[in-house]
Design a protein around this ligand. Structure first.
Ligand SMILES: C[S@@+](CC[C@H](N)C(=O)[O-])C[C@H]1O[C@@H](n2cnc3c(N)ncnc32)[C@H](O)[C@@H]1O
Length: 291
């Protein structure tokens, strides 16, 4: 159950009608455009054209890579970066990695084996089927509340947010973490999917999938969120990608409300990066180019 798929996408491949007319169009011929990084003009639908300089870059050649063509205008890294004389650019160049060290008692966040394991299995086996949401047991609700109170006091689970040139920000374990530990709840502003049509959807998470988008709910972490929005996804099209998974994304009924939790699905060693399957829900999230 990963971030939700956006409702629309912008493509830079020429529309079929224009191609059929055979003209190159007033804005120049897109067929000549090649990716500035790999030099290829292949995969036209994934070849972004910069709205500043008109040069091309594949979404999967960008660093960090983009999973899909973004909605709205897009500027290549050169056009997007501020002028070398501005104060902002000096500040932006400095840290490649920021150590957000979080060093408190992770065992507090341990949940019951039975229900979580059963739920994780249910999430795997019944994709697409209607299922009744599991109620989080009372003890685990207490654990979740304790976990939140600790975080409010500034006591965090041992996680580091680090920067990777390909994956962007990503989260790693700063200590051994036991199987079935609550890593974090996926939080943000909750909204109807239809009201987020213009969001890029990079980090939107499905909360409740209804028959129509006007009734489906999503969690949007752009403005308010926590470390969950930095946790990366597996490439679920390759065996190596799938092997990386060490978290499960599970939805629980907590006091009548649906809540999305990221829970360890095996023991995790210190230094291991955290990953879960963005494609656990019915929406397809493009992970072909994920590392
Ligand atoms: C929920 S955000 C995760 C945090 C993100 N890395 C960042 O820097 O903000 C999802 C985005 O992270 C990137 N991402 C996630 N998993 C990845 C992976 N395995 N390989 C490469 N990029 C990944 C993609 O750009 C994706 O759209």
């Amino acid at each position: 159950m990963g971030p939700a798929t956006p409702l629309r996408r912008r493509t830079r491949a020429r529309p079929a009608a224009t191609r059929a007319e055979g003209g190159s169009g007033g804005d120049g011929d897109d067929d000549d455009v090649r990716c500035e990084a790999c030099g290829s003009g292949e995969s036209a639908a994934e070849l972004l054209l910069c709205d500043g300089c008109d040069r091309g870059l594949h979404i999967f050649c960008l660093r960090p890579i983009l999973p899909r063509v973004p909605a709205g205008d897009w500027f290549c890294p050169s056009c997007a970066s501020p002028s070398p004389h501005s104060k902002k650019s000096h500040a932006a160049k400095k840290p490649k990695q920021f150590p957000l060290v979080q060093t408190k008692i992770v065992d507090f966040f341990k949940i019951q084996r039975g229900p979580a394991a059963a739920l994780a299995a249910a999430a795997e086996s019944s994709e697409g089927k209607k299922r009744k949401r599991k109620v989080l047991p009372k003890e685990d609700v207490e654990t979740l509340n304790l976990c939140k109170r600790m975080m409010a006091r500034g006591e965090w689970p041992p996680l580091l947010v680090v920067y990777d040139p390909v994956e962007g920000f990503t989260v790693e374990a700063d200590r051994f973490i036991k199987d079935l530990t609550i890593i974090t709840e996926y939080v943000g502003d909750v909204d109807y999917l239809t009201r987020r049509e213009h969001d890029d959807g990079d980090s939107m998470m499905t909360l409740l999938s209804a028959a129509t988008p006007s009734r489906s709910l999503v969690i949007c972490p752009d403005k308010r969120s926590n470390i969950a929005r930095f946790i990366n996804g597996i490439n679920n099209h390759t065996p190596d990608g799938r092997k990386k998974q060490n978290l499960k994304c599970v939805r629980f009924d907590v006091g009548g409300e649906c809540r999305v939790l990221l829970v360890a699905n095996r023991d995790i060693s210190k230094g291991e990066r955290l990953y879960y399957d963005y494609n656990g829900s019915e929406h397809e999230y493009p992970t072909h180019h994920f590392v």
